[in-house]
Design a protein around this ligand. Structure first.
Ligand code: M1P
Length: 252
């Protein structure tokens, strides 16, 4: 990772899906190689909405990503690693309490039971340590079924309407409903968005934080960190665009 003259006061922090990899797929070898070169110049970190296991699968699958990246922030940074050392872990269950959690889960299940979609599979609610992921098509869908839902959702705004209904039903619960990926909605306490990870970088004295993300518009899960004054935000359209922007910034 380290190289002579590496600037450890600067980090490039990347969203995963749509920024370094196609959504929920593995990183392409040329993007992976490029990150290795970049890591000789500055610190490199990941901040994904997904849980650690999914991020690790997408970034390689066999190497421990905590050895490869200076920081890995899963679930928006609520599960945080500096190298191989875990430096943070939040607990949704304790923070929100069982009563609200059950009301939310029951509401979401009722709402989804009325949806008619091209298909429905399994795992409609995934309970993570710091967020609940609600997925109308079901997380166990195949890639083909995922693609089909994406088209259907573009046309019928299934998730937008679902988020509106959730916001209306839980106006004072202190929860954020965020469309982070292609087929699901993330639910977490206000403030537990990707900005959460910045505290660790500040504590470690990192001075310049370049953030790269694709979902930077309002409602997207990169929006808050992209707009945050503590970061230099870079909007990208896909992994190749990310590499191109990095070349211009650090290699020209
Ligand atoms: O891009 C991050 C998102 O990745 C997945 O989204 P989806 O399966 O909907 O494409 C989920 O892990 C989601 O929680 C996460 O924000």
């Amino acid at each position: 990772m380290a190289g002579p003259g590496r600037d450890t006061s600067t980090i490039c922090l990347f969203d995963v899906d749509g920024t370094l990899t196609p959504s929920r797929q593995s990183i392409k070898p040329h993007v992976d190689d490029f990150l290795h070169k970049l890591a000789e110049k500055v610190l490199v970190g990941l901040v994904g909405g997904s849980d650690f296991v999914k991020i690790a699968e997408q970034m390689d699958g066999h190497e421990d990503i905590r050895k490869r990246f200076d920081y890995v922030f899963a679930e928006n940074g609520l599960v945080a690693f500096r190298g191989t050392t875990q430096i943070g872990q939040q607990n949704l269950k304790k923070f929100v309490g069982e009563e609200i959690l059950q009301k939310l889960i029951n509401f979401a299940l009722r709402y989804m039971s009325k949806l008619v979609l091209p298909c429905k599979r399994g795992t409609f609610i995934e309970f993570r340590s710091s967020m609940i992921n609600i997925c109308p098509v079901g997380r166990s869908c195949t890639q083909e079924e995922r693609d089909e839902f994406v088209k259907f959702d573009e046309e019928h705004r299934v998730r937008d309407k679902f988020v509106e209904a959730l916001r209306a039903a839980f106006p004072d619960a202190g929860l954020t409903f965020s469309i982070g990926g292609q087929i699901s909605i993330d639910v977490f306490p206000e403030g537990w968005d990707k900005r959460y990870c910045l505290q660790y970088l500040e504590q470690d004295g990192v001075k310049t934080i370049h953030f790269f993300g694709d979902k930077v518009e309002k409602g997207g899960n990169d929006h808050e960190i992209f707009e945050d004054p503590r970061t230099v935000g870079h909007k990208v359209s896909n992994p190749d665009d990310t590499v191109q922007q990095l070349k211009e910034l650090f290699f020209s």
